[in-house]
Design a protein around this ligand. Structure first.
Ligand code: HGY
Ligand code: MN
Ligand code: MN
Length: 420
């Protein structure tokens, strides 16, 4: 099959996956939701039809093994995530599962000196539990009982959600949260895994602006997330004069404005409030509390730490001058992560003239796995730089270029050449 024909298969598979949504009329697929289970069934059928062994591990990742020359052959890991942000596009994460699946099909029968494990990570975006990378963190044994006790909007914990998979439990020491926690040992990296390659859309405008189809990721920016709360005094919206209010939403608005101005002057710093809520939340009640999410990113660890301290102290100052209380709870922190130089060089060789080297402003499972094994990422241009939006798209010719590059990469890769 030619690369353009394979590309058409990849796009058709992405479209079939996109049809499975938790919210009709959008593409929205959260961790272990009914739509996710349906995508697991779809992928399982596709992969089993290639003769591959398929399983769902204890954190809900779907995993298929393309066997190597011997049972203990080194294993190359390929994959990305199948969960989405709310009202997403069809390619973020999904492309990095669909494209390797079609690659494995095209490789069938080609002897390689290693096995390939394809993983569809079940949770990368962190939407359901406001906590990203559950799938890849389980592979490197980085989930604590406290992480697994986190609850979603319905009060269901990660551990309880995992019960739907029938995962076995194990006891944990009584000083840790909960007395039972799922046994995640079958979600660990296979012992012989020597490298991870994640294929992903760029989700930004750089490749499009350079009119290039492919990018090789140099490093992934550091990111921190916080839950913030301004607490004031609820009161009557009609009877309380403006100068006598302690309004937490007004304080949050001032803080957001000043944080935006600060980040604008501190590029490449980016700071985002994506969630905001008030309590009690009525048109005629001055809120008692305003809670917000903060997502803050910078490629330089020192600059990220300084910027974070600055915007949090801004909030403390604004709260105190208005007679309010301010609290910040860190939820996640992932340091900036360089990609493996040896894998990058091999990818560059496989891509030839087609690739440009660039950093990733988005987080990816590769930043988690890079803590344990050599990891690299190949980006495909995002037309218009649009992502985390239904208008997210790709050019079919770029998918064909990615297939060609990946095929060359896989057929020339020698595990012995990859130093840890
Ligand atoms: O939030 C991110 O950077 C990614 O899309 N999960
Ligand atoms: Mn995303
Ligand atoms: Mn993604």
């Amino acid at each position: 099959m030619s690369y353009p024909e394979q590309a058409a298969e990849v796009l058709a598979l992405c479209a079939r996956i996109a049809a499975h949504t938790d919210v009709p009329g959008t593409i929205t697929r959260l961790f272990l939701s009914p739509a996710t289970h349906r995508v697991h069934a779809l992928l399982r059928a596709e992969l089993e039809s290639l003769g591959l062994d398929v399983r769902i591990d204890a954190i809900g990742n779907l995993r298929a093994l393309y066997p190597g020359p011997t049972p203990d052959a080194p294993v190359l890991l390929l994959g990305s995530h199948i969960d989405t942000v709310p009202d997403a596009g069809p390619y973020d994460g999904i492309l990095g599962v669909a494209l390797p699946l079609v690659l494995l099909k095209s490789l069938a029968g080609t002897p390689l000196p290693y096995a390939i494990e394809l993983i569809a990570f079940s949770e990368e975006e962190g939407v359901r539990f406001k906590f990203p990378f559950l799938g890849s963190r389980a592979l490197i044994n980085d989930l604590t009982p406290t992480d697994l006790a986190r609850t979603d909007a319905a009060g269901i914990s990660v551990s309880e959600a995992l019960e739907s998979l029938g995962a076995p439990s194990r006891s944990v020491p009584s000083n840790e949260v909960g007395s039972q926690t799922p046994d995640l040992s079958n979600a660990l990296l296979l012992p012989n895994t020597f490298a991870f390659l994640e294929l992903h859309i760029e989700q930004g405008p750089l490749l499009d602006s350079l009119d290039l189809p492919l990018g090789i990721v140099t490093s992934i920016v550091g990111q921190s997330r916080f839950d913030l709360t301004f607490t004031g005094q609820a009161n009557h919206a009609g009877t309380t004069p403006m100068h006598l209010r302690r309004d937490p939403l007004a304080a949050a608005a001032v803080w957001m404005h000043r944080t935006e101005a600060y980040a604008l002057a501190a590029a490449p710093l980016v700071a985002t409030v994506g969630i905001i809520a008030t309590h009690p939340g009525a048109a005629n009640v001055i809120p008692a509390t305003c809670t917000l999410s903060l997502d803050i990113r910078h490629p330089d660890p020192e600059a990220l730490a300084q910027a974070t301290a600055h915007v949090l102290s801004l909030a403390t100052d604004i709260a105190s001058t208005r007679g309010l209380r301010f609290e910040a709870h860190p939820t996640t922190h992932h340091p900036a992560t360089p990609m493996h130089p040896g894998l990058r060089a091999l990818l560059a060789e496989a891509a030839g003239q087609a690739a440009h080297h660039l950093p990733s402003g988005a987080g990816h499972d590769a930043m988690i796995l890079a803590r344990a094994i050599p990891a690299a990422m190949l980006f495909v241009r995002s037309p218009g730089g649009i992502s985390h939006h239904p208008a997210e798209t790709v050019h079919p010719a770029d998918i064909a270029a990615a297939l060609e590059t990946c095929t060359r990469f896989l057929t020339t890769l020698n595990p012995a050449d990859i130093a840890k």
